[in-house]
Write a protein that binds this ligand. Structure first.
Ligand code: UD1
Length: 420
């Protein structure tokens, strides 16, 4: 089994361009299905989740090509509307194809996305939204068969009980195929949803309101392919910033809008980092061990992102002072805690709360990633720790970070991948 070997304590210095956002590019790739013809996406990150999405597009009949960061998807000839189980299992977010296939073909057949590392992740809100749009959905033996009901009234109001990112995106995609006006109330407000709206508009769709909690879509008109640049990955940016902070370095990250990271930047500032932001750019400098932060409560955007919880926790665990984390989004999102404890972290978990008492510099250990962001957190901890850290479970990390060890090395880290 391959692993990263990290010699901790090397301060990170330099400049890094942040790759395209995983959570943006996945729904945008699914949106390419909405129009026949060739769409081109720039800044498309080279991640295993993206590769799995491209495999699904190919299987559905798209011609897909990648040249550097540009991916071309030609959705002229779709041959099928079903996605087999082995591809659905690769990635929970493949459920986004439901809305896109319904909009383009009026039917979709997917297996239920399997269990996930963050605890139960239901898709009831996705299905309720699509049903409200007039889809008939049969759930049998782990399969979902969906079709547009003949004569069903299209276009209406959807009210999401929780501002689910995936359900909002699925509803937006499906509504593009529904004649009439659809309004999504209680929509998630994440920047990736604004990015999806911008791509849909580039395809000719009439969508407004993303970034707020009411999104309106007037669907039914034919869309056309588009060329689009995917936004920068705010969680990857947060990971590199925490890496610089924990090593008491100074880095600049480009290709990222600071406004999309306000909650994370506020915590880093409170922890003692100096930050400078311009449009498209964040500079962080840190010259002392991180201090505790009053509270970090994960919440839907613009609150503190659950995806950055483990990463900031890893940075603060090796600092000084106490921080209370409260994870409000997912049930099982403290699986990195046991691994951080192996490195000397002092973290007490009680239900949704985790009290981190900064233990001073952590020490290297052999640890294992059990999920994507938890894995990135272990790398952050290893970069700041004394001695050698070995992080295994790299399959999780590759889902969301392009050229992770290479980028960190370019900033001065001592990290290498030891092949299996
Ligand atoms: C997306 C992100 C993920 C991030 C999460 C929350 C992608 C590919 N993934 O995941 O990185 O951690 O947003 O910011 O964009 N829920 C239901 N029923 C549903 C759907 C969701 O109860 O049908 C609940 C979930 O269990 C969770 C909450 O809603 O407690 C938020 O989940 P959601 O926003 O849907 O997350 P994802 O879209 O899966």
């Amino acid at each position: 089994m391959s692993y990263y070997e990290i010699q901790g304590g090397r301060p990170l210095f330099g400049r890094l361009s942040i790759h395209g956002a995983k959570n943006s590019v996945l729904p945008i790739l699914a949106a390419c299905l909405l129009a026949p013809g060739q769409s081109v996406l720039h800044n498309c990150p080279d991640l295993s989740d993206v590769a799995a999405t491209l495999d699904i597009l190919r299987l559905l009949g798209c011609r897909v090509e990648r040249e550097g960061g540009a991916v071309t998807v030609d959705a002229s000839a779709l041959g099928r509307a079903d996605i087999p189980e082995h591809l659905m299992r690769e990635m929970r977010s493949s459920v986004i194809f439901l809305g896109a296939l319904l909009a383009r073909l009026g039917e979709a057949e997917l297996s239920y996305p399997g269990g996930c590392e963050l605890g139960p992740r239901p898709i009831d809100l996705h299905l309720a939204a699509l049903r409200a749009l007039g889809a008939e959905i049969l759930e049998e033996q782990g399969a979902l068969r969906c079709r547009r009901r003949n004569g069903a009234p299209w276009g209406r109001e959807i009210c999401l009980a929780i501002p689910s990112v995936g359900a909002t995106e699925n509803a937006m995609l499906a509504a593009c195929g529904c004649p009439g006006l659809t309004t999504i109330l209680g929509a998630a407000r994440e920047p990736e949803i604004v990015d999806l709206q911008n791509f849909l508009r580039a395809m000719g769709a009439k969508v407004t309101g993303a970034g707020g909690s009411a999104i309106s879509i007037t669907g039914g008109a034919p869309l056309h392919p588009a060329e689009y640049r995917v936004m920068g990955d705010r969680i990857a940016a947060a990971t590199y910033l925490c890496s610089a902070a924990v090593t008491e370095g100074e880095i600049e990250v480009d290709g990222i809008e600071p406004d999309t990271l306000t909650a994370v930047l506020a915590c880093l500032e409170e922890a003692g980092c100096t930050l400078h932001t311009d449009p498209g750019r964040i500079v962080l400098a840190c010259s002392a061990p991180l201090r505790g932060v009053r509270q970090v409560r994960t919440a839907p955007y613009p609150g503190f992102p659950t995806d950055a919880q483990a990463i900031l926790m890893a940075a603060l665990a090796g600092g000084e002072g106490a921080t209370l984390f409260v994870e409000n989004m997912f049930d099982s999102r403290y699986r990195h805690v046991d691994e951080l404890r192996r490195m000397g972290a002092d973290i007490q978990v009680a239900g949704r709360a985790a009290m981190v008492s900064g233990a001073g510099r952590l020490h290297g250990a052999a640890v294992r990633a059990t999920d994507l962001r938890g894995g990135a957190a272990l790398v952050v901890a290893g970069l700041g720790a004394e001695g050698t850290t070995q992080v295994s479970g790299l399959g999780h990390i590759r889902r969301g970070y392009e050229r992770f060890p290479q980028n960190l090395r370019a900033l001065g880290a001592e990290i290498r991948e030891i092949p299996a």
